[in-house]
Design a protein around this ligand. Structure first.
Ligand code: SF4
Length: 456
């Protein structure tokens, strides 16, 4: 029974990736035991670590703290250059999240949600509730059926390319933040082409272009040129860059970009304010409305994510799903995608605990997304280890990155080491494209390099 084996593997929270398959059927006791074990490990870690696991102490200089006291801005107020949409999607999402009381759901609610044919937001809420944890096996089986109904056994491949790591924002949990002392770099057009050529040689046909969030160092035009170069080598181009106005998204779409991913990180505005202390990213509603501006700019797809572990993951996952659901209803043609990142250690701060959200909860989130929006693409990034990623691909996810490096200029041997920038976070799955491909084939999945024909 593949599902049983997979959920079991995910829930045993093995630290060693290389353990052999376990054919035993998952049961409630195993889940409970695993959660207890995981909690014990985390409690132990918590005791040895700082009280606020998200704080990056390397940037906590008196000077910066003093400056922040004086210049702390209202995170709900748009800056002058920011487009304000005539839309209430953000308000609807926040209202739904604020009203979400996950403790009120019962086992019966979860069973009804699993057995439903068209699942409602109420079903989604039940699937994300603590009452659903004993039902992970059933959720996984139902998710696999939905996944196969809409995607067969195909898994789309892509890889991210980091072309710059300059950032003007001050997200205290991220290695690229403007106060973290890392090596900054930005590829010129020739270097971008060299990197893309090196990536294309691996057989990949989809690329996700990333920059840090600095419009000054990575202008819209610079990103546009990167899209034009990418168009020579790839069939599908995604962007994970700073949120921008709809006319700027329209320009990038013209340059070749197909979709835009924006992580809201947390939908809890109060928590958001304490984590994003400076820069454009501090403006919570501008970020929340980015996907809608991207759709208005002509992008065919938009991606959503909360960084699981920053705040109450159930509320964040619920808000993420509702955000996508409401936009899908308003823009039925939009291709919806979810990512499910958990926190990772960063340069100068290895004390962030990536296990704030345990594997059982990660499985719950991924399967709940699949059951609520069966046709959405779901990515599990290299923040997770090979075992977790392959099992989630088998159950509910549909898209995987391979041959990943989060450093600048790390794909091509021709780029001088002195021109390369530091990595954003440590990855857990360092397999190259062929290794991921072969491992997925071994478990009966069909790797797909592109499911899209570009005719523009
Ligand atoms: S999370 Fe993004 S915006 Fe924030 S510091 Fe890191 S790269 Fe910059």
């Amino acid at each position: 029974m593949r599902i049983s084996m997979s959920t079991n593997e995910l829930n045993t929270n093995k630290i060693d990736d290389n353990k052999t398959d376990n054919e035993e059927k998952i049961n409630k006791k195993e889940i409970a035991d695993n959660q207890t074990d995981d909690k014990a490990i985390n409690n132990k870690n918590d005791k040895c670590e700082s009280k606020d696991l998200h704080i990056n102490e390397s940037i906590l200089s008196e000077e910066i703290l003093e400056d922040l006291k004086k210049n702390r801005t209202n995170h709900m107020e748009y800056m002058p250059d920011m487009e304000v949409l005539d839309s209430d999607i953000d308000k609807q999402v926040i209202e739904a999240m604020n009203n979400y009381d996950y403790d009120k759901y019962t086992a019966k609610d979860v069973e009804n949600a699993i057995n439903a044919t068209n699942r409602t937001p109420e079903d989604f809420a039940a699937l994300l509730s603590p009452a659903a944890l004993p039902y992970l096996e059933q959720m996984a089986q139902a998710a696999k059926i939905e996944k196969e109904r809409h995607f067969g056994n195909s898994i789309c491949f892509f890889t991210p390319i980091y072309i710059a790591n300059y950032c003007e924002n001050y997200c205290i949990y991220c290695g690229f933040n403007c106060h973290n002392k890392i090596k900054r770099a930005k590829l010129n057009y020739e270097e971008i082409e060299e990197e893309m050529q090196a990536i294309a040689k691996s057989g990949l046909q989809e690329i996700l272009i990333l920059t840090g969030e600095s419009k000054k160092m990575s202008s819209v035009e610079y990103i546009g040129e990167a899209c034009k170069i990418a168009r020579k080598y790839f069939k599908v181009i995604g962007l994970e860059v700073y949120p921008m106005n709809s006319d700027e998204y329209a320009y990038l779409h013209k340059c070749g970009a197909d979709y835009v991913t924006v992580f809201q990180e947390t939908y809890n505005s109060d928590k958001y304010e304490t984590l994003h202390l400076a820069g454009h990213k501090r403006i919570y509603p501008y970020r929340l409305n980015a996907q809608e501006r991207a759709l208005k700019g002509g992008m065919r797809g938009v991606g959503f994510a909360a960084l699981l572990g920053l705040d109450d993951f159930r509320k964040d996952a619920f808000a993420t799903g509702m955000h996508a659901y409401l936009l899908q209803r308003k823009y039925p043609h939009a291709e919806i995608a979810f990512s499910c990142p958990r926190l990772r250690p960063i340069i100068n701060n290895d004390r962030i605990n990536p296990k704030d959200v345990h594997e059982a909860q990660l499985l719950q989130v991924v399967t709940a997304y699949r059951l609520f929006m069966p046709f959405a693409s779901i990515t599990v990034s290299t923040r997770e280890c090979a075992r977790v990623r392959d099992n989630l691909m088998n159950i509910a996810a549909t898209k995987i990155s391979a041959g990943v490096s989060t450093g600048i200029g790390s794909h091509s041997d021709d780029i001088e080491d002195s021109d390369k920038g530091d990595e954003q976070f440590e990855i857990s799955d360092g397999r190259d494209v062929k290794e991921v491909y072969d491992d997925l084939v071994k478990i009966g999945l069909q790797p797909v390099m592109s499911d899209y024909i570009y005719v523009g």
